[in-house]
Design a binder for this molecule. Structure first.
Ligand code: MN
Length: 534
């Protein structure tokens, strides 16, 4: 740490801020003092595989634009062979988003790799990511092959990908449960065949940090060409160890982490981007590492992904949870007021949380509304502003004071990126015993359709009336209702997950100061999303 000792506090501050600074001098110093860790975001691929998180192309493009602002190094945009929609989504991201590497996933099968190459045709910096299971459990249990056959498939896949694209990432799926000696052989062969990134996935979330770090060290010791490529890790959070495993791998020499916003992903999810990035920023001294992430964009990215995927962020989630910077015990509050660093290792501003306590009222104008929304990460187009402003005034009339959370709920409700086949025109619900009844009017095109239905409860009656209109048969998987803010007049935010027979799970959201209306909107929203994804 000799270099750090010789720098003044001001220099150190500049160094810490230099991820946003283009000064070549500072960049140079940074290279001397630490390693850059590449941030590979897989929110749009592994993250979208979370049941209920399906997003359409327009929503994925919106997230890709925000990931560019966040300054990730790689965007894994999708798995083109998996569906026509995924292909088109990767293709549109590859065409529009310049700056980050755009990556597409493929199994170690020629058709997959060619499809990935096609989707990336217009990318500025394309990368094909190909993978195959290398553990005996996967080789025998899933692939029904031998180790020799799998090695050959890996080599052929990398060679084919390399013929289409300069940057090729190879993943040895289930690496943490693979015989290490065989793993070294597969990695060396993939590098010799042209791979530029080798990814070591803990596919099933089985690794323990110390052991996973050791595996990375052993790869550097036993794979002759390991130093010629980026060694990457991809950890899952089944045991809550994804971030710890990724950090341990960085300490052992890995220079790329695959992660997802809000930790989204298969089962318990992937390594959270925000956790790993803020760990590197906060403990770069110990890890001898930095990233190029613009951390001030973290909270906006987290909110956008939550809004478009329909996945709420738990209040106690590290970094981005609503309580992550809230000190509640008297001793902690006292300490933080006297000297922040007593109990705070990060500043809320580091992730883009502003401290302003602006509360809008019915007297606030369009300009103030737009300004506050942009601070919250919502870029509102002119034609959308009127719609959002009208809704804001209606809420402000009922609630008097409109908080940030209310604004988020309004924007999420009004700005739908999926085509809205149906919109709620009117509703009348009578609750109580013996039989709740709902009258619903839904607009489709220029026509308004009205239906009446009885149900076991008011919401059941609402859903049945809507089903009669749409004729779509859906199953309600889950339903939740949250108050967006404090107080009895708070906006209610409803989230509904629905599924058609054996099909994808779709999430819908709705907000209103009336909880039955919020729930009705969520149900209509889910049906619209389902129709647009079909
Ligand atoms: Mn995964």
């Amino acid at each position: 740490m000799g270099l750090q000792d010789s720098l003044s506090e001001d220099d150190l501050r500049k160094l810490n801020e230099s991820s946003n600074n283009k000064s070549s001098l500072i960049k140079k110093e940074k290279c001397i003092m630490s390693r850059k860790i590449f941030i590979f975001d897989t929110t749009l691929r592994d993250g979208e595989q979370s049941p209920g998180a399906s997003m359409n192309s327009e929503e994925k493009l919106e997230i890709a634009r925000q990931l560019k602002k966040l300054n990730v190094d790689v965007i894994e945009a999708g798995f083109p062979i998996s569906s026509q929609e995924d292909f088109e989504s990767v293709s549109s991201i590859a065409q529009e988003i310049k700056g980050p590497i755009i990556c597409a996933l493929s199994r170690a099968i020629p058709a997959d790799i060619e499809r990935a190459g096609e989707a990336l045709k217009y990318a500025e910096k394309p990368m094909i990511h190909t993978f195959i299971g290398t553990s005996d459990i996967h080789i025998k249990g899933q692939l029904r092959k031998t180790r020799e056959q799998v090695l050959e498939m890996a080599v052929n896949a990398v060679k084919l990908a390399k013929s289409l694209c300069q940057e090729v990432e190879f993943s040895a799926m289930d690496a943490s449960r693979t015989d290490p000696v065989y793993l070294y052989e597969v990695i060396q062969s993939a590098i010799e065949s042209g791979a530029t990134v080798i990814n070591i996935p803990d596919t099933v979330g089985y690794a323990i940090p110390e052991q996973f770090g050791q595996l990375i060290s052993d790869i550097f010791k036993n794979v002759p060409d390991a130093n010629k490529v980026r060694i990457s890790v991809h950890c899952h959070d089944d045991l809550g160890l994804a971030t710890a495993n990724a950090i341990s791998a960085i300490k052992a020499g890995a220079t790329q982490v695959e992660c997802a916003i809000n930790g989204m992903g298969e089962r318990a999810g992937n390594t959270s981007l925000e956790e790993v990035v803020m760990t590197i920023k906060t403990r770069g001294d110990y890890l001898d590492a930095y990233t190029d992430i613009k951390t001030q964009e973290i909270i906006n990215t987290s909110r956008l992904v939550s809004r478009l995927s329909g996945f709420l962020v738990p209040p106690n989630k590290p970094i981005v949870g609503s309580n992550a910077f809230a000190h509640s015990s008297g001793i902690h509050q006292d300490g933080v007021l006297k000297e922040r660093s007593t109990f705070e290792i990060m500043m809320p501003q580091d992730i883009g949380l502003s401290e302003s306590e602006i509360v809008l009222t019915a007297r606030s104008g369009r300009h103030a509304l737009r300004h506050r929304l942009s601070e919250l990460g919502y870029e509102i187009k002119d034609d959308q502003l009127n719609k959002v402003y009208e809704r804001f005034l209606a809420v402000a009339d009922k609630k008097k004071q409109v908080y940030d959370e209310d604004l988020s709920a309004i924007v999420q409700d009004e700005l739908q990126l999926s085509p809205q086949t149906y919109s709620l025109e009117y509703m009348q619900v009578i609750g109580g015993t013996p039989t709740p009844v709902a009258v619903i009017g839904l607009k489709k095109g220029d026509e308004v359709f009205r239906e009446v239905a009885c149900g076991d409860g008011p919401l059941d009656a609402v859903c049945k009336a809507i089903d009669k209109i749409t004729g779509v048969k859906v199953e309600l998987i889950s339903y939740s209702l949250n108050a967006a803010t404090k107080g009895k007049d708070a906006m209610g935010e409803a989230i509904m997950r629905i599924a058609t027979n054996g099909d994808k799970i779709i999430t819908g959201r709705g907000a209103s100061t009336d909880i039955i209306e919020a729930s009705t909107k969520a149900y209509v929203n889910a049906i619209n999303r389902m129709l647009s994804l079909a």
